[in-house]
Design a protein around this ligand. Structure first.
Ligand code: HEC
Length: 153
């Protein structure tokens, strides 16, 4: 084999393999911008964030606190479940993201913490991806979708 042929034969696939690995690696590191429940790595990360930051109130199995619809003596509500028996799926992904990041509103007395100084946007999307991955398809299909933005002109 001529030296240049050898070089092409060996270096070609090697370069392709390296390029491929670089592309996969770059994709892995990209912060999430949606609750992509089909992304196994994102869901796995979200389940860890959920266990560390949410499970103490919303339950290890997303079951919520007992009697979550009844007001507590202090007038606040217990933590609702995130499984299909709750009302998490009544809100769009974008709304849920903002509830977790910025809270439920300044004037509303609640035990739900704000996570903007605790979790990154990536962590919040991952947590939502994890929660959504536990729902059956029919529940995900019922979730409100944000209206498409009007055309920019
Ligand atoms: C200290 C307890 C506590 C922790 C920790 C907590 N929550 Fe909550 N959460 C609540 C309570 C209580 C409510 C009900 C608020 C209300 O309606 O007054 C709530 C409400 C919510 C809601 C709105 C209701 C719904 O189901 O749509 C979402 C979404 C939510 N929590 C997500 C999370 C996520 C995700 C985490 C972890 C990152 C988390 N919460 C951590 C107590 C907590």
């Amino acid at each position: 084999m001529r030296p240049w042929v050898k070089a092409v034969v060996f270096a070609g696939p090697m370069t392709l393999a390296l390029l491929g690995a670089a592309v996969i690696w770059a994709g892995k590191d990209k912060p999430a911008t949606s609750a992509d429940y089909e992304n196994a790595a994102l869901v796995a990360h979200g389940s860890r964030v959920y266990a560390d930051h949410c499970a103490s109130c919303h339950g290890a199995n997303l079951e919520g606190q007992p009697d979550w619809m009844k007001h507590l003596p202090d007038g606040k509500l217990p933590a609702p479940p995130h499984d299909p028996s709750g009302h998490t799926w009544h809100h769009s992904d974008g709304r849920l993201f903002l509830i977790i990041k910025d809270g439920l509103g300044d004037d509303y007395p609640t035990d739900m913490p704000l996570f903007k100084d605790v979790l990154s946007d990536h962590d919040i999307w991952a947590t939502l991806a994890f929660i959504k991955s536990t729902w059956p398809e029919e529940i995900r299909a019922k979730q409100p979708r944000p209206r498409p933005s009007p055309p920019a002109n």
